[in-house]
Design a binder for this molecule. Sequence first.
Ligand code: SF4
Length: 261
Amino acid sequence: MAHPLTQVVLTSLGMANPALRLPENIPGDFFVDSTCIDCDACRQIAPETFTDAGDASIVYREPLGERETKRALMALVACPTASIGTKEHHDAHIGIDAFPSQVAENIYFCGFTAESSFGAWSYLIVRPQSEGGNVLIDSPRFATQLAGKIELMGGVRTMFLTHRDDVADHRRFAERFNCERVMHATGDHLAWSPNRKTLTAFRGACWYSWAEQTRSMERLLDNYSEWNFEWILPGHGRIHHDSPAKMRAHLERCIEWMKTR
Ligand code: SF4
């Protein structure tokens, strides 16, 4: 029987429905059900367990050992639609307590993605108050456990919403941390494409102006000596880390490609 606290936590997270288990999952403990919206989060978090099966993710291999099981439980917690479940009992805190999860230096992935933002990823940048305090980039799904962890990490001074359609539970986080909210007016989006192995943008999810978004990328390139970067940390699409020189080359390729769309 599950520990009462674990049951409470799992209830607040929501649970996948075994009756809706996708037949493409391998037989075993972890599974994905038919409510999956194919957001890619589980495949990024635990690629050794989850894979793409067309319009949904499935479990293609059971997690082995502590590390892989922890990553699979992190995917379960991060899933925006509670589409991941297990037959066996697991301590949900293993996945819950892993968030915010460090990506690099002072940058953390918040997990707890929201269905209303199609599983978009949000990040916490941890900075001393003297340097402006912590910044929450986009909003995760509100969860008391996550908010408590963020509180321990210094709270949120500013919430930066990168585009208007992925704002998730921004109001609840703003109320909890009494932070200033800043909305990016045009909503550019740049990500890593594992298929094309370069930077990409999403023509079908550009709500303002593709021409303006392309010009924005050109401005980034024009000012690259000042604004050079090593990391792409997108809401949708893949994270990528590379040298500033290689990122510049990828940015050039991306702009040329955007002009053909
Ligand atoms: S995280 Fe959830 S919704 Fe997203 S692809 Fe995985 S199972 Fe589907």
